[in-house]
Design a protein. Structure first.
Length: 243
């Protein structure tokens, strides 16, 4: 009898650790019984049938996964290197365990192909100036592809865009030309408004607008130290004409 009791105690000592399972708040246990899915348990303490049941533990926390740098040709034929980061989490442990062999690897691969597809369909200006729009597009594409696996993408961010040095110089020249263009437009608009105001003032004062503009220029010039002002005779005649 004592040998039987000892045998039972030894058997329990071996079996109970295999039967008792504990998962953390962010974990779940996917239970298979003789190879068939039966339940998802946790968090906390629960029991399984040793030998007959097998548990696969899964993590429900958000995963931060880097997307390696990809060599891509944009729609306007510019070679670029682009990398990104994807944030996702498991929402259905059963699907993530049964429907895909390795959900982390699968998500990484679909993120790389999606990055190449979205950037390849975009122009360089869009990639540089509309990063948020491309992030949203990538989010939509990757989330749609991983949804059947029980994976929810919470965010996608393009991190770095590397373009050829020759293209960098071209972009710098283009930006400088754009600044010069905008400066000329602003100056022209200012001259137009000034001329309009001088015309209105001339109508009120019964004077030629050019005289008022000349006087304005003289006023600005007189503020500079050691400045000599030459007053042309033609301007005197215009003043005499307007008396």
């Amino acid at each position: 009898m004592s040998s039987l009791i000892i045998g039972i105690i030894i058997a329990l000592a071996i079996i109970l650790p295999q039967a008792i399972k504990i998962t953390k708040e962010y974990e779940r246990g996917v239970i298979f019984r003789l190879g068939r899915y039966v339940d998802t348990k946790g968090p906390g303490l629960f029991f399984i049938i040793p030998v007959i049941d097998k548990m696969v533990g899964v993590d429900l926390r958000i995963v931060t996964q880097d997307v390696p740098s990809q060599d891509i040709i944009t729609r306007d034929n510019v070679p670029v290197k682009v990398d990104a980061v994807v944030y996702y989490k498991m929402t259905d442990p059963q699907k993530a365990t049964i429907d895909v062999e390795n959900y982390r690897k699968a998500t990484s691969q679909i993120s790389q192909t999606s990055l190449r597809g979205v950037i390849g369909a975009s122009e360089l200006d869009e990639l540089l100036a509309e990063r948020r729009k491309l992030n949203d597009k990538l989010h939509e594409v990757i989330d749609e592809a991983t949804d059947p696996w029980g994976i929810k993408v919470t965010g996608v961010e393009i991190k770095h865009v590397e373009i050829p040095k020759s293209m960098q110089r071209s972009i710098a020249k283009q930006a400088e030309a754009e600044r010069v263009k905008r400066g000329k437009i602003i100056l022209a608009e200012g001259e137009f408004l000034a001329a309009k105001k001088l015309k209105e003032a001339g109508e009120v004062l019964d004077a030629e607008p050019i005289i008022l503009r000349y006087l304005e220029t003289l006023s600005d010039a007189s503020k500079e130290p050691n400045t000599s002002i030459l007053f042309p005779m033609e301007m005197l005649r215009m003043f005499d004409k307007n008396k």
